[in-house]
Design a protein around this ligand. Sequence first.
Ligand code: FE2
Ligand code: FE2
Length: 327
Amino acid sequence: MTIAPVQSSPSLGSSGWTDTRLILALEEVVEKELNRHLGVAKEWMPHEFVPWSQGRDFDGVLGGEAWNVEQSQVTPLGRVSLVVNLLTEDNLPSYHHEIATMFGREGAWGTWVHRWTAEEGRHGIAIRDFLLATRAVDPVELERARMSHMSEGFESDNSHSMLHSVAYVAFQELATRISHRNTGKYAGDPLCDQLLAKIANDENLHMVFYRNLLKAALEIAPDQAMRAIADVVTNFRMPGHGIPGFERAAAQIAIGGVYNLRIHHDDVLQPVLRHLRVMEFDGLGPEGLVAQNELGVFLDGLDSQARKFEERQAALLARREARRNAG
Ligand SMILES: [Fe+2]
Ligand SMILES: [Fe+2]
């Protein structure tokens, strides 16, 4: 995604909720949401979505056939997007470290942290197996990108505050849901679409968990939660922003309609903000009102940026279409 990061000015307000107190205060909500999650999450098997019969040896140790771009029906946009999504999933050890450090490994929080990690682990396994069995992407390039990306690690922009972390994951889980879903739509392979729909469904349940937690935080510490939401929304970056060649990939993903400013505004930010009634939220003190106002100004600006993006996108696609017709 091509949203430029803005300087953050996180302020936790003066109402005195420390992270430790908030984590304790939210434990009951975490337990309730964890049980709800476990009740609705359905087991699924990643191996069932991989067409193993299409798989064959690669060159190298086994002396099989080298990878070639012609070997798969996946579209060029699908390839770029699948790699970004997979590498994003691959950095799970860093994400686990971040949330285990922030939320702890005890009680309901700990059970959630481990369960979430196990579910996310399935995503990377499933996508990698699919890409290798179907020869959708260059396996050498993929492995080198994974090594480079994971060697950098991932450090959240929000690790300074638990409310910022909760607000970030609420939006980020929905962003990954939409990104997987749209990748499936444009991948040109019905089985890939089915697999990504399954993964997107998991991401949606993760979003619901964090969104409901954020709702409870807004009730407990409204000013601080509003500040966290404003900071996170105005500084949002996708978790895969450190991937080698991310900017170029993000531009292709944006033009192709998998993830762009319009989608970010309409399908990621607005649904969460509307559900939590963030812009209508009353009962805020002066600090909360300042944050809410900042958020409103930012969203208006983002909407007009998204409109400009759509104009550029339409013009570019029209030029491409004209070139195709001429050629
Ligand atoms: Fe995931
Ligand atoms: Fe997720």
